[in-house]
Design a protein around this ligand. Structure first.
Ligand SMILES: *[C@@H]1O[C@H](CO)[C@@H](O)[C@H](O)[C@H]1NC(C)=O
Ligand SMILES: *[C@@H]1O[C@H](CO)[C@@H](O)[C@H](O)[C@H]1NC(C)=O
Ligand SMILES: *[C@@H]1O[C@H](CO)[C@@H](O)[C@H](O)[C@H]1NC(C)=O
Length: 217
């Protein structure tokens, strides 16, 4: 598609404008590599698959950069960019939150967003996912889901899970993928972050294949 020069010139301005209808934003300015993703709360059209994602400690935006975006792009590579919606979890992601076992309000909000995705988009397949402290948020959220919502969750993926080895609420274990590198000490209950906790982008393809299969897409 060739856009007239005037439109190309105005696009960056339009992108910054809160007045740009979200449907136009989702059509023309989709950037799954952005550290902030708000498809659910900004009223973007429903998609086949919705990922609710919680970033790790001190990560930027609401989905971070190291793990979430490569995962979203790997899903898009399998099912198409137009078929994935992503909603990040807006929570503080502080070190204190991590040391406390996760941020309580964040867990409640994540449960809320999971439920909201299913009511707002009844046909979407909902994936609940997080990295590092974001994994603690997933565990907290899962415990708060109603049985009906928990049963409707399509899949769960946690990268570098501080709560590795514990159930994710009542989510059927067959729908849960915990990705923990063998030398990632965060997955062993330690507070030491080593290189093996920082390279989960390498697992984006594995995680994407799991959620797409679980969703039957
Ligand atoms: C994605 O964004 C990160 C920064 O958040 C950047 O370093 C990286 O180069 C970007 N990747 C692509 C494929 O655009
Ligand atoms: C989610 O939070 C919103 C805003 O606080 C509230 O109106 C809504 O009832 C909550 N939904 C669920 C399912 O908890
Ligand atoms: C994660 O938990 C599983 C199950 O308890 C365990 O087998 C595995 O060794 C743990 N991973 C790490 C890196 O400690």
């Amino acid at each position: 598609m060739q856009l007239p020069l005037a439109i190309i010139t105005i696009l960056p301005l339009a992108a910054a404008s809160p007045l740009l209808p979200s449907i136009l934003r989702s059509l023309f300015l989709r950037d799954l590599n952005s550290t902030t993703q708000n498809d659910l709360v900004d009223g973007s059209p429903c998609k086949e698959l919705t990922v609710i994602f919680a970033r790790g400690t001190d990560s930027p935006g609401n989905v971070g950069s190291s793990t979430g975006p490569p995962f979203f792009e790997a899903i898009a590579a399998l099912i198409g960019t137009d078929n994935i919606a992503v909603q990040g979890l807006d929570y503080p992601a502080t070190i204190i939150g991590f040391l406390e076992g996760g941020d309580t309000a964040g867990g409640t909000l994540m449960a809320n967003l999971t439920t909201r995705a299913m009511t707002q988009c009844p046909d979407t397949k909902v994936v609940v996912s997080g990295y590092s402290q974001g994994g603690q948020e997933v565990h907290m959220a899962a415990k708060q889901l109603s049985p009906a919502v928990a049963a409707q969750v399509s899949s769960v993926v946690i990268f570098g899970d501080p709560d590795n080895g514990t159930a994710v609420g009542t989510i059927d274990p067959s729908k849960v993928l915990i990705i923990c590198h063998s030398d990632d000490y965060i997955c062993k209950g330690s507070i030491i972050v080593d290189a093996d906790h920082l390279n989960y982008a390498n697992d984006a393809g594995t995680a994407a294949a799991f959620v797409v299969k679980a969703a039957g897409l």
